[in-house]
Design a binder for this molecule. Structure first.
Ligand code: RFL
Ligand code: PHB
Length: 405
């Protein structure tokens, strides 16, 4: 079946879904295709922390009803190392900036519900997605729908929002993209637990057995992570072993880690990856399709949302014959991407135990951690990066000045 839309969107994660909504607000039609089912997309456990700018973006797009009611506003984090747990106070250090704990699953549910209410074209459970004629002004999106019917959609442009393992980036001819990649020699074992959090704000813990993170999802649900080896067999981690290891990495006199039933358990590899430019002809990459950060800085979801905030007006302009914002899209996004890539790498390498390194490496990490909590300048740098820089709503050049909004 041959059809026509303005923007074809591949991928129904946060980037693709928010893009389809932002385009609809501008009166631009799109068709979004997603290989997974709606239930799968709404249940996939991933990020949990939204920057101030992401919250402002969702509010400005009239998507923050539930976020404003259920999101937990946090004014800092704890860094734990060498037997001490020290608070980094974002509000004080950045003139009032905060982050909001609101799970990616909830952002995705809110976006899907809104698109369906607004009559948006979302196709779940598709197969054999293809993109073609990307260097023409009529690129094609092909897919087979859940009933087995093959579709060919003629588009004005295609947005590749299909994550790191998607088909859009590989559809760009060899030699066009430059890529930078770093794999880390560790992974995260993450659990979702039916137990109230044992902390009021996130705890990032440096420990000789490896990093641990105590995050949360709600007043009654906790999210916790342990550094493990990348080839770890999750079968070797029964719940009792996970809780014992978490308790030992977060151990502090007078403090107890509450334990409860484990609802979800998975292992995530850690990678830094950037590919540039984020555009080839009429194909525009956004979110994890173009870049991946290790989760230690809580940046991936925020980067995906920030990309499409720039992409939506650029595509709108392109449809009206103004090529300039589309031409500026990649460079505008990559500036933020590289800042977050550096911050995520810095947090990761400061907090994880690298197998095979010596005591010197550990002492350097501990010195960096002491400096980060002890120097207002160093703490401010962490706070400013963690809370994030304002989201741009165009491809204008940015100024990296704290509070420059
Ligand atoms: P997604 O979410 O991967 O969505 C891509 C979608 O494309 C679909 N797809 C296809 N659809 C059609 N045809 C094809 N051929 C397709 N191939 C793939 C996929 O099924 C999927 O639905 O990418 P997007 O939208 O760019 O969003 C990126 C974020 O999901 C990701 O960066 C974050 O989850 C990263 N992340 C975190 N980010 C934060 O900002 N804060 C955090 O606290 C945070 N914690 C995390 C994280 C990621 C984690 N994992 C599991 C990777 C914690 C973890 C453990
Ligand atoms: C999460 O809640 O899943 C989470 C929080 C902070 C991170 C990574 C993941 O740095």
């Amino acid at each position: 079946m041959r059809t026509r839309t303005q923007i074809g969107i591949v991928g129904g994660g946060p980037a693709g879904l928010l893009l389809s909504h932002l385009l609809a607000l501008r009166g631009v039609d799109s068709v979004l295709v997603e290989i997974r089912s709606r239930d799968y997309c709404e249940a996939r456990q991933r990020a949990g922390v939204l920057e101030d700018g992401s919250v402002a973006l969702l509010r400005s797009a009239d998507l923050a009803d539930r976020l404003d009611r259920q999101g937990l506003v946090h004014g800092g984090i704890y860094l734990q190392f060498d037997g001490q747990r020290r608070h980094v106070d974002f509000r004080d250090l950045t003139g009032g900036r905060t982050v909001t704990v609101y799970a990616q699953t909830e952002v995705v549910k809110d976006l899907i519900a809104r698109r369906l209410t607004d009559g948006g074209a979302l196709e779940f459970s598709v197969t054999d997605t293809e993109v073609a004629d990307l260097d023409s002004d009529r690129p094609l999106l092909r897919y087979t729908d859940a009933s087995g019917d093959r579709h060919e959609v003629a588009c004005d442009a295609i947005a590749g929002c299909d994550g790191f393992h998607g088909i859009c980036r590989p559809a760009i001819p060899p030699g066009v993209l430059t890529t930078w990649e770093r794999d880390y020699p560790y992974a995260w074992l993450g659990i979702l637990a039916d137990v109230p959090p044992s902390t009021d704000e996130l705890i990032y813990a440096h420990h000789r057995n490896g990093f641990a993170l105590h995050s949360l999802r709600s007043p009654s649900t906790s999210r916790l992570y342990l550094q493990v080896s990348p080839d770890e067999d999750i079968g070797q981690w029964p719940d009792g072993r996970i809780w014992a290891e978490l308790a030992s990495r977060f151990k502090l006199p007078g403090w107890t880690l509450q334990q409860g039933p484990v609802l979800d358990k998975s292992i995530t590899p850690m990678r830094s990856f950037v590919s540039a430019p984020m555009r080839y002809g009429r194909l525009f990459l956004a979110g994890d399709a173009a870049h991946i950060v290790p989760p230690t800085g809580a940046k991936g979801l925020n980067l995906a949302l920030a990309d499409v905030a720039v992409l939506a007006p650029a595509l709108d302009a392109l449809l009206h014959g103004d090529e300039q914002p589309a031409a500026a899209y990649s460079a505008a996004c990559l500036e933020r991407v590289w800042r977050s890539t550096h911050f995520s790498w810095w947090m990761t390498t400061m907090l994880h135990n690298t197998p095979g390194t010596d005591e010197m490496a550990t002492q350097l990490q501990l010195s960096q951690l002491r400096y980060t909590v002890g120097s207002r300048a160093a703490a401010t740098s962490l706070a400013e990066n963690y809370t994030g820089f304002p989201v741009q709503l165009s491809a204008e050049p940015r100024r990296w000045v704290s509070g420059a909004r």
